[in-house]
Design a protein. Sequence first.
Length: 518
Amino acid sequence: MGIYQGITPRGALVMVFASLGGLLFGFDNGWWGTVLGETAFLCDYGETIMVKGVETCNLSTSQQSAGTGVGSAGIMLGCALAMYINNLIGRQKSIVTLALISIVGIVVEMTSATGSSARYGQFLAGKTINSIAMGIACNVVPIYLSETSVASARGFVINMYQMVQIIGVIVASGSVYAVAARLDKSAYLIPMGIQFVAPTLILLVVPFIPESPRWLVWVGRKEEAIRATEILFKTETNGFDAVDYVDKLDAAFHEAKEEAKATGWGDLARQPDLRRVLIAIGIQSLQQAQGSSYMTNYIVSFLVGVGVVNVFPVIMGLYCLYFATICTGNFLPDIFGRRPILLSTSAFCAATLIIVSILTTAFADPSTSVQKASIALIFLWYASFGAQSPLIWIVTAEAAPTRNREKVLGLATFCGFGVQLIITFVAPYLQDVGYGNLGSKIGFIWGAFSMINIAFVFFFVPETKGHSLEQLDYLYENRVATRKFKGYHFDDVVLATSANQVDEVVIDKHDDNKEDLV
């Protein structure tokens, strides 16, 4: 019993292996977000300027904007590609594809440092290619994890992707911190090279993860689906019937196709899929608008703005705290539900950033006590946002309907990273001297969007805890109100399982709870 019911040892290992796709994102964000404070990188790729009579190396505002923005653009392109390759070649081969693309991008990045002078344009090209792989991973991995997990532990399983991301961030940031004092090219080539770890590990473990049984059923490969199901759910003692499970998946899939026949792009603009698309797009976009991408890519600038001199130890502390709070996604969403955590963390994120911005506005030359208070509030923001982050991917994966899963998740992440692209391009101009000159007062913007997220979740995001993917399809199909999802009573069993090992999907033929979407 409990939230881990139904997870077998082999199934758990498969989940861990599949989650390695998150390392791509973590390594890239971790090293890029911290290398902007490294002298060797700034001198080789940036320009030398005079600040208060002191010669200093720095990337120009346009270089900062481009260096972060091309990553978002590459991720968006990867999201668009993932919508097709994920469905065309399956989850397993898509994971192999993203690993190979990543290796190419990292090679292009590192070779930009060869020769007498570093070539920033080539570096941007390599970063873009690597980001395409990250965009594919953002779609493939959550879908695979949601399709191969049990309903009672789906939050825990999908959160592994987020946890692995932050492990990558910590390792990459730590590598930058360890070599920051070096003045030669190794200061940034070592962190760049560490990125090879992620795609290499993926290529090594992917032969040990089965294809998604659901995808195999959808493309008519039932025998392979049975073998994959046995790997995921069967043990010597649980008596799990893989054939029966696959037959019921097949029946549920054909029933959904027969009833809706809605698998095209045009169908996403009509109910019930439109509601699900808007939830997925909204939750992804508002995550970025709350300051996620800014804090990841420009944390050095933000800390300098509140008066921090030695930023690396603070950054490492923030990332370690972030990882610890992300681990709460292993159990909190499956115990307390999705909505309570999303609402409470958004309120806390809004409060902390707005207070930091008020302090920055009130004290142009902050004292030591004001600096310490600001740093403490930033730590609290990271703790709260860390608890919220797993919910973003859980809600997105659960909002995607069975028949259009790839398109909805791909469109949602595409829009989310589109918002990130705007933020990462515009943020340097908003905060830098000579342009918007907001500095750390930029936190007012992210705090305001956290307040908007509270309203969005309250009115539009239903509670999905404990429901299987097929049950969610039914609830959306029958226009069940947002507040009625929690505790919805299902009468007729449509997809049952043996030994309680996987999802029980049931449908209530009565429409008593069908009403307005909110």
